[in-house]
Design a protein around this ligand. Structure first.
Ligand code: MBD
Ligand code: FE
Length: 280
């Protein structure tokens, strides 16, 4: 019987790759734009080789590593950790409402629908500090948004995500919360642990070879939507948490940092965070 701590880079990577392949992608990019972008990416690599006098041994090491990224299924992890934050920056530069940040590789659509006041699916003995996460979804004009939903997913107290590590219930710490008529929600969960990039895969090998650290700060992922409004994809972090200042995925923004206080019922912590959605 495998437990979450038996998670391997290749198993979670392959699961993320399979999940991504199920997602419909249709960029409809013109031939001209593909040619421009591909040419400039290739030329940027040529430039690095010339400036740093890259050797054949280094070229072969790169080739072996790129092949291993694919074999481990770690392309979603690699791209979302080191590239996605710039795509998000470009995509959401003009937003007036809530800051967003990267989605990452571990979102699963279709999590169980829950009422506005709900407990996320979790084990009877789910480890971790209880956390009540509550707030309201509003428009940029300050109007409460009836019919808003907050999809939420996060790692557990050991830093593992359900469906990407063995031994966890399918929808553990994942839910689709349907807000009330005033756009309010209140979600009982636990505080997640920081996330460490697996050491036993291609991404871990790069991190070790470069002498980097492998950590993302503890975070709660959300996708917030409401009729007539743009989907917000964000993550919320915890003030003073480890690696809030040096997230390997460079996805922390000051507007996304929570400051929980003691829970009103004396059990753990609670925090209020309101979301502001841009019009479509
Ligand atoms: C994560 O949990 C995550 O959110 C991102 C962006 C990358 C790797 C792991
Ligand atoms: Fe994450």
């Amino acid at each position: 019987q495998l437990t979450e701590q038996d998670a391997t880079a290749a198993a979670s990577g392959s699961a993320a790759t399979r999940r991504f392949q199920e997602k419909a992608t249709a960029a409809n990019t013109s031939e001209e734009r593909v040619s421009t972008l591909a040419t400039e990416v290739i030329e940027a690599v040529h430039d690095v080789i010339r400036r740093h006098q890259v050797t054949y041994a280094e070229y072969d090491a790169l080739k072996a590593w790129l092949i291993q990224v694919g074999q481990d299924g770690e392309w979603p992890l690699f791209l979302d950790v080191w590239i996605e934050h710039v795509v998000e920056e470009v995509a959401n530069a003009d937003r007036k409402g809530n800051k967003g940040t990267i989605e990452g590789p571990y979102y699963v659509p279709g999590a169980p629908r829950l009422p506005a006041r709900a407990t996320l699916p979790m084990r009877d003995d789910e480890p971790g500090t209880p956390l009540l996460f509550q707030g309201q979804v509003r428009s940029v004009a300050g109007q409460p948004l009836a019919g808003a939903t907050v999809e939420i997913w996060h790692a557990d107290d050991l830093g593992y995500y359900s469906q990407y590590a063995p031994g966890l219930p399918e929808w553990n710490l994942r839910g689709t919360v349907v807000c009330d008529a005033e756009g309010r929600f209140g979600i009982d969960t636990i505080r997640p642990a920081p996330y460490e990039i697996p050491k036993d895969g291609a991404c871990g090998k790069l991190i070790a070879a470069a002498g980097w650290h492998a950590w993302r700060p503890a975070h709660i992922h959300v996708k917030v939507s409401a009729p007539g409004h743009q989907l917000l994809t964000a993550q919320l972090y915890f003030e003073g948490g480890e690696h809030v200042e040096d997230d390997i995925a460079q996805a922390v923004k000051p507007e996304l940092v929570l400051r929980p206080g003691p829970a009103a019922d004396g059990r753990g912590e609670q925090v209020t965070y309101d979301f502001v959605l841009d019009p479509e």
